[in-house]
Design a protein around this ligand. Sequence first.
Ligand code: NAD
Ligand code: DAU
Length: 334
Amino acid sequence: MKLLVTGGAGFIGSNFVLYMLRQHPSYTIINLDALTYAGNLENLKSVENHPNYRFVKANITDQRAIQDIFRQGIDVVVNFAAESHVDRSILDPEIFVRTNVMGTQVLLDAAKAYGVQKFIQVSTDEVYGSLEETGLFTEETPLSPNSPYSASKAGGDMLVRAYHETFGLPVNITRCSNNYGPYQFPEKLIPLIIANALDDKSLPVYGDGQNIRDWLYVEDHCSAIDLVIHHGRNGEVYNIGGNNERTNLAIIKTILQELGKPENLITFVPDRPGHDRRYGIDPSKIMLELGWKPKYHFESGIKETINWYLQNRSWWENIRSGAYQDYYTRQYKE
Ligand code: NAD
Ligand code: DAU
């Protein structure tokens, strides 16, 4: 089987490439990535010479480059490529529409023209908007995105749905909750807090810190996508989550406790505009239909993650010393 993984140099994409080469060593994996600020080939050093792995630097909005790849014959597309950070989408929405909507359409057109067995759109629970104190997102929850990021992901999802309905493209959309684990870019909450705490820097908490996210270890997301590739019913949406809701403050306090750092590093900063209050996934469809079950408990997953950032200090220090500095200064006015 030949897989095209787009965005495979990012956080979840690189974990997915490593996971698939371990689980299915006979599959060929083409990792196509534009290497934006979030793409890092360091993540894939251990497989760069793997006989069934190949990297192609290309942008999913580049129609000619994408058609060239599909012309070589692709069985399955897993589209991770995206602008993924909500705060950046508030600072600069345009690139989100270009990559997440138009890039998805370029991939869909190529998949339609050359034919594929499966097109997986890796989407997010954020397309459903925000929950009150009770209830969970199901696959039937109406889309109600609140940030330019989630609106652009919802736009991509709608195109994927339309290519199934109109052209019969064999698609699935997966909508996962917040991931954490190795290789996550230190602009996202968990790696940002770990790295800042290790450097004894202040820990920015938006608003009252009581917003709730539903955290899943990245490898559990990868195993879910693997199942959807092989057994997902065409045209279906599958929500992915491990019933693990926590407030941001609780997450931060857990990290501080693990690292033995003081709580007075916590600094309340102005809230994120349009900040969704709560996410919570109902994963019963993928569990009952495809037999998926997460392997990691949060308590062990977060310890493994913290250890990874401790043992791979140069990985995030390199990032934090580069262009990321400009973004950090703009976002946190430091
Ligand atoms: P990331 O920002 O770490 O990685 C994105 C990757 O896409 C990078 O390697 C980047 O270089 C690449 N990319 C960006 N624009 C591109 C373009 N135009 N052409 C080709 N490559 C491009 O993101 P992530 O956190 O790994 O998320 C991956 C996917 O999973 C995204 O689609 C995101 O919406 C979705 N998702 C993320 C989470 C999460 O918690 N991180 C949860 C659910 C869904
Ligand atoms: O739910 C899935 C989504 O999770 C993915 O689709 C996105 O790609 C991914 O970035 C993530 O979005 P969030 O906005 O939930 O993640 P983030 O890590 O940016 O923020 C998590 C929570 O922590 C959120 O309530 C905002 C808060 N936060 C974040 C940062 C970066 C802070 O309080 N301070 C911060 O500095």
